[in-house]
Design a protein around this ligand. Structure first.
Ligand code: SF4
Length: 465
């Protein structure tokens, strides 16, 4: 993506000071856990199912080349074309070329985070094509000229009142529409006619089934089906780790995805597409393409962090993350927010530029508890911190402080010596009130924090210093 990542610290301060964002996040934070808990009641063997899902993903990643070849052969036998693209630039070029060949002027699109990663809309618009997002959340942020702040609910940061204002400004409607239902109806009316005018429809895919050459598109709004069926050309843009072996395997993931993403047992639409319109069929595109993007993911194959590629982009980890729920998605500065963004963005967009992403964690582990494919997110965040330290990404001061801390913490004699000297100093700094509001060398870290002075006792011997 061409966009320069934001300054995380600056973004976090702005987010914490934004009353509307805090209102939107607060509302979601109270609603989602209840919905998820209710949906999980009908999946009492969650632990067993997610262990199975993790195994299927690990098997798929181990056999990715073979399965991708099998997927491609099946799609080609069905009359479609598969394009494997190593870089984002290759993928952009490929999609633009397909659209040119289809003589596209208007393109309808359903939600796809991979296309966000590619900055595909910018590339298509630069080639003179008009792109319309049709997922309600994506449509809202397209009107607002913003980026998604959540991988499942892209406009999660917007309040209903802000959406009403946006629609009023763009749709020029005279009637006052303010309820959620009215706003959805208004968007539907505006979007409906656009589907019929588009030459190309672009969708993502949640899974690619090697056994049958099927792309699986899971949505709630039905817009992906309209994007896929009405234009003459359908392009699926997705990433390489979406390939799984069989339709039976799909059933495992479908039991987990909606429950984890939106607290539903199933989403409203699960579409299985295996190629263009067949002979004798009256509906569907005559031209079908699947663009599979690597974009840097293959660097993870065979490494200790390969489990990252199990991700099914359900968004559950961010829904329970105290950092995400405080600062929102835009603060992460790139496509993927929350714990998954914290570990994936550095791989796809550079360790240096994404340094603050993997620092943004309380290590509470809530993300791992809910992750339906058991990704060890906190372990990978620690791995990235170690790597950043080894690559000298943090400044000299931070590196020295970390080095000093590691040396002291690993040596009982030094640790006791430091604690012996440090605790009385901290108690003295805390004064009579026994409260620390600032610390030398840690002024930034103490901003917004108030700590009690250390008690001075020792867990081991129970002796006061
Ligand atoms: S890391 Fe796990 S919880 Fe987070 S989006 Fe991916 S699959 Fe969902």
């Amino acid at each position: 993506m061409s966009e320069t990542p934001l300054d995380f610290e600056k973004g976090a301060h702005e987010a914490l000071g934004s009353a509307t964002l805090q209102q939107a996040l607060g509302k979601f934070q109270t609603g989602y856990p209840l919905l998820r808990a209710r949906a999980m009641q009908s999946l009492p063997d969650f632990e067993k199912v997610r262990t199975k899902a993790a195994r299927i993903k690990d098997f798929s990643l181990k056999n990715l080349d073979k399965l991708t070849d099998q997927y491609r052969e099946k799609v080609e036998a069905n009359g479609g074309t598969v394009h494997i693209c190593e870089t984002a630039a290759d993928a952009r070029k490929t999609v633009v070329e397909i659209c040119r060949q289809a003589e596209a002027k208007k393109i309808t699109k359903s939600k796809s985070m991979v296309t966000e990663e590619l900055a595909l809309n910018d590339a298509l618009e630069a080639a003179g094509m008009e792109v319309l997002e049709t997922d309600l959340g994506e449509y809202i942020i397209q009107l607002a000229g913003e980026r998604p702040s959540h991988i499942v609910g892209p406009a999660l940061h917007k309040t209903k009142e802000e959406v009403a204002q946006l629609f009023k400004a763009h749709h020029k409607t005279r009637r006052k529409r303010e309820t959620g239902e009215q706003l959805v109806r208004e968007a539907r009316e505006v979007l409906r006619e656009k589907y019929f005018a588009s030459e190309v429809g672009i969708t993502g895919a949640n899974f690619l089934i090697a056994e049958t050459g099927t792309a699986v598109i899971v949505t709630n709004e039905g817009n992906a089906d309209l994007c896929r069926i009405l234009p003459n050309t359908h392009i699926v843009v997705t990433s390489m780790e979406k390939v799984i072996p069989t339709l039976d395997d799909l059933s495992v993931f479908l039991r987990l995805l909606a429950r984890s993403a939106s607290g539903q047992e199933m989403t409203s639409y699960t579409t299985l597409v295996s190629g263009p319109r067949g002979p004798g069929e009256s509906e569907g595109p005559s031209s079908f393409h699947v663009v599979i993007v690597d974009g840097g993911r293959s660097k993870l194959l065979g490494t200790d962090q390969q489990a990252l590629l199990r991700c099914i982009k359900c968004g559950a980890c961010m829904n329970v993350c105290p950092v995400y729920m405080s600062v929102g998605g835009h603060t992460y500065g790139w496509v993927y927010p929350g714990p998954i963004g914290a570990v994936l963005n550095p791989v796809l967009n550079g360790f240096g530029t994404m340094y603050h992403n993997y620092q943004a964690s309380t290590f509470c582990g809530a993300c791992e508890e809910v992750c339906p494919v058991k990704i060890p997110l906190t372990k990978i965040m620690r791995d990235w911190r170690t790597r950043a330290f080894q690559e000298r990404i943090p400044g000299l001061g931070a590196r020295l402080a970390l080095w000093l801390w590691a040396a002291i913490a690993a040596n009982p004699f030094l640790y006791n010596l430091a604690a012996g000297a440090g605790i009385p100093i901290l108690r003295a700094l805390a004064g009579k009130k026994g409260v620390l509001k600032s610390l030398p060398l840690a002024k930034g870290w103490m901003k917004g924090r108030v700590l009690d002075a250390p008690e001075g006792g020792r867990f081991v011997r129970g002796r006061k210093r």
